[in-house]
Design a protein around this ligand. Structure first.
Ligand code: HEM
Length: 203
């Protein structure tokens, strides 16, 4: 296994945040509505992990270090894990497992439908993230995994719909997301690789 320490560090980072929030909830440190606070933090955590995941390829091009690519899949799975927990918090703490209320919520809060579409895309990415699916799907695997860009778009739209009044926090996520998308443009990506190679020669 390559870069085991880097993998372990990412694993620890992924576990530490929910464990810390759980501890805060157990200690009554999250205020009167800990379920909602946990849900919001998990949503933001997932979006942050998504941006970090998308920055691995540009970082690899810029530095030439393959460790970034080695942890990319694990980071993507953390996005999925955080979203599953985000949804579970919603179902337990907001909906109180009242399925009748879900139809009312979907009509009242259409951003939940946007979030659910994002989740379905993430589910498709998570179940096909293994080597076996990669081999079986061949060239189609790469095409399927472009769904990650749609997840970013849906996640940002879902978030924008919720914040509406104070857009500052959303704007930071949207700016980084847009920048990472620009870095995916083939010509820009080639430029990054050139810069990376030049730096490599200079060292
Ligand atoms: C079935 C899927 C989903 C459901 C039911 C859901 C539900 C919710 C709800 C109810 C809120 C709080 C709204 C409020 O404050 O009034 C929320 C917030 C949020 N969600 Fe989701 N969500 C889903 C999927 C996603 C996905 C796929 C992402 C990102 C990749 C995401 C990221 C966020 C973020 C960033 C927030 C805002 C947190 C904050 O205000 O601090 N959610 N979600």
């Amino acid at each position: 296994m390559r870069y085991p320490w880097f993998r372990l560090a990412i694993f620890i980072v992924g576990c530490v945040f929910p464990a810390w929030w759980l501890y805060e909830a157990a200690m009554n440190l999250l205020g009167p509505d800990p379920g909602k606070i946990m849900m919001d933090r998990l949503g933001l955590g997932a979006l942050t992990f998504l941006l970090v995941t998308l920055s691995m390829t540009p970082l690899q091009k810029l530095t030439g270090w393959s460790g970034w690519i080695v942890v990319r899949r694990q980071l993507g799975l953390w996005v999925f894990a955080y979203i599953v927990l985000h949804i579970l918090c919603y179902l337990f703490f907001i909906l109180g497992l009242d399925w009748g209320q879900l139809a009312v919520e979907l009509r009242k809060r259409p951003y939940i439908i946007v979030g659910a579409l994002g989740f379905l895309c993430l589910l498709a990415l998570a179940v096909t993230s293994n080597r076996y699916s990669q081999r079986r799907l061949g060239a189609r695997w790469k095409k399927l995994h472009r769904l990650v860009y749609l997840v970013l778009g849906l996640g940002l739209l879902h978030f924008l719909w919720i914040v509406r009044s104070d857009l500052r926090e959303w704007a930071v996520y949207a700016f980084i997301g847009t920048l990472l998308m620009v870095l995916r443009i083939p010509a820009v990506g080639r430029g990054l690789s050139r810069v990376g190679r030049k730096q490599g020669r200079a060292v």
